[in-house]
Design a binder for this molecule. Structure first.
Ligand code: FES
Length: 119
């Protein structure tokens, strides 16, 4: 069964968001679908995609947190450097998508490959 772990998200950007001023104990909701306009945090855009945000509790004091915005990291919600090799992989997946016929402008997100319409 598909879930947030197996569905493909959209790439919000190929590089992390540098986040400052987080407080220990604070809970943040990391956008996992890639559609949020408030990256790296959830703004509710995942509705009807089957992908849900990841709750993350700030557990240490740190000046800057580098949060993944490409949504391809193996260490969510943090950037692990995957964004550097992700563009080629993502394009390959979109081009080979079995649901490519559904890639039309009124499609919000193809979770089979991560395709999103151009805005
Ligand atoms: S922004 Fe996703 S791994 Fe760096």
């Amino acid at each position: 069964m598909a879930d947030s772990e197996t569905l493909h998200a959209a790439v919000a950007s190929y590089g992390p968001c540098a986040i400052k001023d987080l407080k220990i104990g604070e809970t943040k909701y990391w956008c996992r679908c890639g559609l949020s306009k408030k990256q790296p945090w959830c703004d509710g855009s995942h509705k009807d995609t089957g992908i849900t945000p990841m709750a993350w509790k700030v557990d240490k004091e740190q000046t800057v947190f580098y949060m993944c915005a490409c949504k391809q990291t193996k260490n969510p919600p943090f950037c692990d450097g995957t964004h550097t090799s992700a563009p080629e992989e993502v394009e390959k997946r979109k081009n080979a998508c079995a649901k490519k016929d559904g890639h039309v402008q009124d499609c919000k997100l193809c979770t089979n490959c991560g395709w999103v319409p151009d805005f």
